[in-house]
Every structure is written in C-alpha cells, then in structure tokens.
Design a protein around this ligand. Structure first.
Ligand code: FAD
Length: 325
C-alpha cells in the first residue's frame, strides 16, 4: 500500500517544531517512530497534508534524574533505550515491564514513548485497508456518523491499546504539553478521554515533550494478556500499585487498559484493598467489584464477557503479585 500524497517535513529543534505546529497544526500529523502513524496513513485512515518528523529533536530525547529522586523523560526517547535504562529498571520496574511489553524488539527499536502515550485508538472495522472498508459504511473515524461497534452510539468506541500509560497513571506521571510560547503540565490520569475519536486532551498545535515521574517506593506491577507474547496488542492489561508490605496496603491503585476507549481506574476495588489489606478474602471481594467499574463493554477485538473475565483475572493476579513483593 502506497502512502497518500503528503509533504514530509523534518524539524531539528523543538522551536521549529512548535512553530510548524502553530502554522499548520490542523493539517499536520506528527511522526515520531512512525510505527503506527505511517501504517495508518497507508490504510488512508489519516491523510495529512504534512507529516512532521520529530525524530531529530534532541531536546526530547533525554532522561534526566530529578533532585527528589524522580525522572524527567523526553517523549522522543526510543522504547528500546528506555527498556535498558538502569534508573527506570531500578526505580520503576512496572513501567520498564510495560515498555518491554510493547510490540516486538524491531518495533521498540524505533517506537518512542510519546508515540505510545499518544497512540490512536484502534478498531477492527477501521484499521483495515481502504478497499476492505468499502464493504462497510463510513464511521466516525472515516468521516461518517456511526460507530460499527455500537450502532446507536454517538461516540466512537475504538480501543485505547497503549501499554505504557497504565503504569504511568499509577505512578502519578505528569505530561508536559508544549505549544509555541506556552507550556502546560497535565497529569496523565487526566490526559485520556472516553471517546475513540478525540481520545486525549492534546490540541492540534501541541506536542507532548516530557513525562515527569515522581519518586515511588511502593510495590508496582504491570501484567498484560495478549494472543501472542511478543508483537500483539493487549487484549487486556493492568498496572497496580500498593504501599506497605505483605498484606498491608495503605494506598492502592489499579488501572486497566485495552478494554475501552480510555484506561479505566478501578476506584472501588482499590479502596476495598486499602481498607482490608491484600488478603485472599479481600481479593475475592475486590474481584466482585470490578465489573461495575468497567461500564459499557463492547465486543471489539474480544467478546465483552471475556473482557469482563480478563479484568477480574488481572486484578486477582496483580494483587497477588503485589502481596508477594
Ligand atoms: C505489529 C504491531 C504491534 C504493536 N503492538 C503494540 C503493543 O503491544 N502495545 C502498544 O502499546 N503498542 C503497540 N503497537 C503500536 C505502536 O508501535 C506503539 O504504540 C509505539 O510505541 C508507537 O510509537 P511511535 O513513536 O512509533 O509512534 P508514531 O506512530 O510516530 O505516533 C503514534 C501517534 O502519536 C502521535 N505522537 C507521537 N509522538 C508524539 C508527541 N511527542 N506528541 C504528540 N503526539 C505524538 C502521532 O502523531 C501519532 O498519532 C504495535 C504496532 C504494530 C505495528
């Protein structure tokens, strides 16, 4: 499949990038590693006038150690480099595991953290060739006005399949979003929206430049279920965090991914475990609370009932893994 006609623009500095986005943001698609965006352009899911390559921007390719023990990571860092970074592995093991869970080593060699965080939502009906799509009606993603997944819905139900945002949410990471002359910090927990089309709060003239991780001494875990271990997108994934040791857990967070348009924070199961500790009885009760927090589930990529089952299984496995740490 050939790429649609477009102008390929490479910028060497953040300044030039933000200027270009100010001038042409609406007509531009940012290309970082390009492992997702180029593929989607070939499928004619995006046909931007300008593909703006940010690969040469040195300012967003560094990992800095902060005075408080946290890290500031450039969004342009390649996943392969972050997976091998000693500070990330030592201080944020669940985040390191989520990086290694993305796709295959070939893809991680060029894919970036920013690209993973901003990964577009995916749908079985639209992430297909243009010719294939001629057999189905246009949907929200292809300038139509329906969602094939839930026909009566006024929203696109494509799935957010990115792996690294889940541990970043439990770790309380903050994203720096920059536009020309302006910068804002957004907790990653507030970055995603429950809408497959407009799935983040990022504006057309903004770039995610950095991810700041506060220090974390708590136990954390990341688990992913996929058809194949290397290469496949998650059918469901979880990141979990708990303070304390053994069954004692003062603060708990649980975040599920790949089953909806945005990551899902499981408030009630986390509250229950924080109150009762990570005992077998509490885990069983927490599992029972999971389904109510998932909201409406679709059968996109996996049956709704199976997703509900996976969510419970992942909560159980994550809590038991935390207890054993
Ligand atoms: C076979 C295959 C398997 C895959 N498996 C997985 C998987 O298991 N888990 C997973 O999470 N992903 C998976 N992916 C998707 C993708 O490869 C990764 O998410 C990767 O991290 C995307 O990074 P990238 O730099 O290549 O992003 P790109 O393709 O360059 O960009 C992705 C999106 O992010 C935007 N973007 C990129 N950087 C920025 C930035 N700094 N600021 C604002 N917007 C930005 C782009 O405009 C685009 O919309 C898979 C892809 C393939 C082809």
């Amino acid at each position: 499949m050939l790429l649609p006609d477009h102008q390929y623009v490479r910028v060497d500095s953040l300044k030039d990038c933000l200027k270009s986005l100010r001038e042409n943001g609406e007509r531009t698609h940012v290309v970082a590693g390009g492992t997702d965006v180029i593929f989607n352009m070939r499928l004619r899911l995006f046909q931007p006038d300008i593909a703006l390559s940010i690969r040469r921007i040195a300012e967003i390719k560094q990992v800095e150690e902060l005075a408080d023990g946290g890290l500031r990571i450039g969004a342009g860092c390649r996943l392969v480099d972050l997976a091998e970074n000693a500070l990330i592995n030592e201080r944020y093991p669940a985040f390191a595991d989520s990086i290694r869970a993305v796709a295959s080593s070939h893809i991680r060699n060029i894919a970036t953290l920013g690209g993973n965080i901003c990964l577009k939502t995916r749908c079985w009906y639209t992430n297909n060739s243009e010719q294939w799509r001629q057999g189905v009606k246009e949907c929200f993603k292809t300038d139509g006005d329906l969602c094939h997944v839930i026909k009566s819905s006024s929203l696109c139900h494509a799935i957010n399949n990115a792996d690294t945002p889940l541990p970043l949410i439990v770790l309380g990471a903050v994203l720096t979003l920059q536009r020309e002359g302006e910068s804002r910090d957004v907790p990653i927990a507030d970055f995603y929206q429950k809408d497959g089309m407009d799935h983040t709060v990022l504006k057309a003239d903004e770039l995610v430049t950095h991810v700041t991780l506060p220090p974390c001494a708590d136990r954390t875990v990341f688990l992913k279920i996929a058809a194949r271990k290397g290469m496949d997108f998650s059918q469901a994934a979880i990141a979990a965090r708990a303070s304390g040791t053994g069954t004692k857990a003062g603060e708990v967070s649980l975040v599920l991914g790949s089953i909806s348009m945005a990551p899902i924070v499981l408030h009630e199961p986390a509250r229950l475990i924080a109150e009762q500790g990570i005992t077998d009885a509490a885990i069983e009760q927490a599992e029972e609370k999971v389904r109510a927090e998932l909201g409406e589930l679709t059968s996109l990529y996996a049956r709704a009932g199976y997703k509900a089952h996976l969510a419970k299984v992942l909560v159980r496995r994550a809590l038991k893994a935390l207890r054993e740490m």
